[in-house]
Design a protein around this ligand. Structure first.
Ligand code: MEV
Length: 437
């Protein structure tokens, strides 16, 4: 079915109506809708089977980013995040990209790296040669323990050697096993394979194996997204479209050349990416560490995105980063909300999921630098803050926007003012929301 993710006014609808719209979009059952509403989600006993010493569950908001069009396909994108403004910012940015034809994405084959550290080598160069000379045997050996991943067409692809002749503990040979994990993130498969290869490598090299573990710098498994925003879409009250494009490019160059700015710039990108990674039940620490290591690959920490003005004056942006995400295994199918998120996304492979996450990162980055380079981010944040204060003062339903509007108009965004406005409008003092007094 060809549905449009362009849902104007979605944010203004009551939560129950939003759930119905998403349910219709993704053909969700009644039980699945209950999962979204928190009445039927992850139970404490499921949690008990996921981690040690479990004592309960910890909930976070799950939102939907609208307007995304990626490679001519529309997506509603589930995002799990506690920070206000991110889902709205990403949806607004996706609308701007949509005006330029949407996102175009690509990704590498899902190839991970497993590392084996070999020490106490009689001759590091001979050891490296011996490993390479026996590549085919080692790859076949790794596939013997590959299980379902090998049955699904994945498995060992290549062996590389990285001799480090001088370290404080003597010469070290690092062997990399390149391993295609298909739709799994693949941590277990890789770790099993490198543990299995260890005794074979000791026999070949005469050395002693110490660590056998995957690398989270998954730079063979990158995803990319790019898009165009017509300059006129960026015009604000004070700036023409072309001026806004120039200011955004200036903001991007700041992050390219200065690690202090790049860290905040990339943090914003990860606001978007992590929210999709968490929603889909993937390991966001793995994604974070890979992203920041990749941002440092030149020796200087820099931006994960690039922004420039094209010959027609429009804004163009691109992002590239390692994104080892799975759509099978781990929590992706165990956590009821994660499998639901994948259903809403409608992605059919891990590669597609990683491309969607890259597009969300690019959208978040645009929203942040556009706001920073034009009106600043505090205006939007103050609106959200005013909303939280209105709710804290006991406002509900239609009263919330009235109190918010009045506080913004007066430029007086404080809890006492929210309370007095509630009193003025309703003629009574409402009980504050729980935990706000
Ligand atoms: C806040 O969570 C993220 C930003 O600081 C990102 C940025 O500065 O680009 C707004």
């Amino acid at each position: 079915m060809n549905q449009s993710s362009r849902l104007p006014g979605f944010y203004k609808k009551p939560l129950s109506e939003r759930v119905s719209m998403v349910a219709q979009w993704a053909d969700l059952s009644h039980e699945e809708q209950e999962t979204l509403l928190g009445t039927h989600g992850l139970t404490a006993s499921q949690a008990d089977n996921m981690i040690e010493n479990a004592i309960g569950v910890y909930a976070l908001p799950l939102g939907i980013a609208t307007n995304f069009q990626i490679n001519n396909k529309d997506y509603l994108i589930p995002m799990v995040i506690e920070e206000p403004s991110v889902v709205a910012a990403v949806s607004n940015a996706a609308r701007l990209f949509r005006a330029g034809g949407g996102f175009t994405t690509s990704s590498d084959e899902p190839v991970m790296i497993g590392q084996i550290q070999i020490l106490d080598l009689p001759d590091i160069n001979h050891a490296a040669e011996a490993v390479l000379a026996n590549k085919s045997l080692l790859l076949a050996e790794a596939d013997k323990v590959g299980g379902s991943i090998v049955r699904h067409g994945g498995g060992a692809r290549d062996i590389e050697v990285r001799p480090i002749p001088t370290t404080s503990i003597g010469p070290m040979l690092v062997v990399h096993l390149l391993y295609d994990t298909r739709d799994a993130m693949g941590a277990n498969a890789i770790n099993t394979a490198v543990e299995h290869l260890a005794p074979h490598l000791e026999a070949l090299t005469g050395g002693r194996v110490n660590l056998r573990i995957l690398s989270n710098l998954t730079d063979r498994r990158k995803a990319r997204a790019q898009g165009i925003i017509p300059a006129h879409e960026l015009a604000t009250d004070g700036l023409s479209g072309e001026e806004a494009v120039a200011a955004i490019v200036e903001a991007a160059v700041f992050a390219e050349v200065d690690p202090y700015r790049a860290t905040t710039h990339n943090k914003g990108i990860m606001n978007g990416i992590d929210a999709v990674v968490i929603a889909s039940g993937n390991d966001w620490r793995a994604i974070e560490s890979g992203a920041h290591a990749y941002a440092s690959r030149s020796g200087q920490y820099t931006s994960l995105t690039k922004w420039w003005q094209d010959t027609e004056g429009n804004l163009r942006g691109s992002i590239e980063l390692p994104l080892a995400l799975g759509t099978v295994g781990g929590a992706t199918r165990v956590h009821p909300a994660a499998s639901l998120a994948l259903k809403i996304l409608g992605t059919t492979s891990a590669r597609e999921l990683s491309e969607v996450a890259a597009a969300v990162g690019l959208a978040q980055n645009l929203a942040a630098i556009k706001a920073l380079a034009t009106e600043g981010i505090q205006r939007g944040h103050m609106r959200m803050h005013a909303r939280q204060l209105a709710v804290a003062a006991g406002a509900q339903g239609d009263l919330v926007p009235r109190v918010v509007q009045a506080m913004i108009k007066e430029g007086n965004i404080r809890l006492e003012r929210a309370r007095s406005l509630v009193q003025e409008i309703t003629g009574s003092t409402l009980s504050p929301a729980p935990g706000t007094d």
